[in-house]
Ligand binder design. Structure first.
Ligand code: FES
Length: 122
């Protein structure tokens, strides 16, 4: 059902946890399944230098969040805002159709964390 890359990211997830005193934090719920995702970011000069996630979500949510957090580290906030769940799914070699909604959690939580950072900056 899952690609090898998804299984690998699920079995050995990266960036699990929470950044202390994060520059931005975003928590979102999935309307389809009710699962929850939190992403915290460390941002320096508008560049994401660290990202961590915590989730009450399934294997697909864990794999996509692990991959998405790895991808955004080193990106500017503008670049990270353009990261889509589709791109994360491509990197992971695809997801079963009924699991696509799980990958939206990471994209939305990253966006929310960046919005939080921008609102604090003002
Ligand atoms: Fe809820 Fe996958 S079933 S995140």
């Amino acid at each position: 059902m899952y690609s090898e890359k998804v299984m690998e990211a699920f079995k050995n997830p990266q960036n699990v946890g929470e950044i202390e005193n994060p520059d931005g934090i975003g928590t979102v719920g999935n309307e389809k399944c009710g699962d929850i995702m939190q992403i915290s970011l460390r941002i320096e000069n508008d560049v994401i230098v660290d990202a961590k996630f915590k989730t009450f979500g399934c294997a697909a949510a864990i794999a996509t969040s692990s991959t998405a957090t790895q991808m955004v580290i080193g990106m500017t906030i503008e670049e990270a805002l353009k990261l889509t769940n589709k791109r994360v799914i491509e990197v992971l070699g695809g997801l079963p159709t009924q699991k696509i909604h799980c990958s939206v959690l990471a994209e939305e939580a990253i966006k929310k964390a960046i919005e939080d950072y921008m609102s604090k900056k003002k």
